[in-house]
Design a protein around this ligand. Sequence first.
Ligand code: ATR
Length: 281
Amino acid sequence: MNISGKTQLAGVTGWPVAHSLSPRLHNYWLDLYGIDGVFVPLPVAPEHFVQSLRILARVGFRGVNVTVPHKEGALAAVDTLDDVARRIGAINTIVFGDDASLHGTNTDAFGFATNLTTAVPDFDAGHGAAVIIGAGGAARAAAVALRDLGANDIRIVNRTLRRAESLAMALGAGVHVMDWAGRGAALKDAGIVVNTTTQGMTGHPALDLDLSALPGDGVVYDIVYNPLETPLLAAARGRGHRVVDGLGMLLHQAVAGFAAWFGVTPEVTPALRAHVLKTDG
Ligand code: ATR
């Protein structure tokens, strides 16, 4: 790496941030496109988050990705907010202006949708219901993406009913809450089911979901990417469903931020996927 006096700076801010794959993926693109830039991890405690953004914008950073636990807090920290971030209720990308102003957006819904339509090119969101398991930030992004793809029957199923209800309320017409106990039955007539919970992630138990009510052409999408093939996806594959893993969402959500900060629209390729999955640095 050649850092010069003109090196352009961006990073990912989270607490903790060491687990983030964003440095690996953005630095791959910087190298690939021969850009004099660097993308760094920025561990920032919640109480310093707002102040840190102002300082980063003043010391020449072009912008940041925002990850847990700052995504919602960032809403109040930016100077302008676009419509998709407002609808999702969270920010994952901030672009700093030349005057050090902060512009917030959310590219998670784009990442979710692009990953889905790349993996399943003939996916038709209007065919059958879209079932979302979970009601956290990832579920909100998935719901906004599915709605924008044309889903008009969205079913939210979450362990904590109250959170499902508040997500359904925020999304408006055509969104129904279904019981956690009846989650298997919620798959009847569905065109897609999406896991947005932490269940199935390394170190967590598998998502306990009976797929038998899902029609044979139903798609099973797990936004977990660690491991790539969760027990849910393995079970779905075994039943002959088309499956979508979560890594592509991470890769595609990064495109718009990179383009805004570094001026080149990068490509998501199998080589990038392989690079991000490598664990040896
Ligand atoms: P994120 O913003 O990344 O989506 P989150 O807000 O912590 O993360 O949401 C995690 C989701 O996983 C929630 O829907 C959570 O359900 P609750 O709202 O009931 O907490 C879900 N989740 C976590 N552990 C779970 C478990 N053991 N069984 C079922 N759902 C679980």
